[in-house]
Design a protein around this ligand. Structure first.
Ligand SMILES: [Zn+2]
Length: 267
């Protein structure tokens, strides 16, 4: 028989009001995503409220309830992340980071995802270049979600035959590359030339492709030593929005707020 009470630790991804005084809290735990009911947390003197702030990592004692949300009976924050509440830009990135988790993942346990989210939110509080961190995070998240893009060999095909050419972008390349979300990655110059008219296929500059390769196989701590020029940042932001929106078949609301994601809206 299952015990009625259990202990867990979770990162607060979102909250919504429920009834007169309660909230439903969306948490990511190492055991997966859960919605929990936090009773009375909208009352001014609730002791739990301060421990269930957005993006906090909180230890909780939870009562199991059949056919409804489980109820948080005690909550104690291990890490509060006040910068992500107070700083507009970092807060926007944090909402985007959390939203990708809720859109790409259901309720399956995924300890690697939990670790990635916890680490990324902590680094985001201090990061000199939060946008670079977010681009790095997207590559990790897509891999965990089973949508790992192929940036190192061409995903183009000719009559069902995979091209597979190794992609080694150089600044001196005369021809550009392409990105094809449907085939799941980058196209060599020849394949891009052949299918640039297809829906979903977009151009990709040599420098953006180099960055995508580096974002995928390097640690964030290595990457932040390299200059991240504004032009490359804007292009990567557009490319990744296109790629992610294709796989979600919708555009997450917070994407629009992030600088660079507002230009060139695809129809
Ligand atoms: Zn090719």
């Amino acid at each position: 028989m299952r015990s009625r009470l259990y202990q867990t630790v979770g990162i607060i991804l979102g909250r919504r009001d429920y009834g007169e005084a309660d909230r439903v809290v969306i948490c990511l735990t190492p055991q997966g995503r859960v919605d929990l009911l936090a009773k009375g947390t909208r009352k001014p003197r609730s002791r739990k409220t301060g421990h269930l702030e957005l993006f906090a990592r909180t230890k909780m004692l939870v009562s199991r309830v059949e056919h409804s949300w489980d109820i948080i009976s005690q909550a104690e924050a291990e890490v509060l992340r006040p910068t992500l509440q107070d700083d507009l830009q970092r807060g926007t990135y944090a909402r985007y980071i959390a939203e990708l988790v809720t859109r790409f993942f259901e309720r399956e346990a995924n300890e690697a995802l939990y670790e990635l989210l916890d680490w990324t939110l902590s680094v985001l509080e201090q990061a000199d270049r939060p946008e670079l961190l977010v681009r790095w995070y997207e590559q990790r998240l897509l891999t965990l979600a089973g949508f790992r893009p192929e940036w190192h060999t061409c995903v183009g095909d000719d009559a069902g035959e995979l091209c597979g050419e190794a992609l080694r972008p150089r600044p001196s390349d005369r021809l550009g590359y392409g990105v094809d979300p449907e085939r799941g990655g980058a196209l060599c110059s020849a394949c891009f030339g052949a299918c640039r008219q297809l829906p979903g296929v977009r151009p990709l500059s040599p420098s953006a492709l180099s960055w995508l390769q580096a974002l995928q196989h390097r640690d964030y701590s290595d990457l932040k030593q390299f200059p991240f020029p504004e032009g490359a940042a804007a292009e990567l932001s557009r490319v990744m929005r296109h790629y992610i929106a294709y796989h979600l078949e919708y555009r997450p609301g917070s994407l629009r707020v992030i600088q660079g994601w507002t230009s060139e809206d695809p129809p």
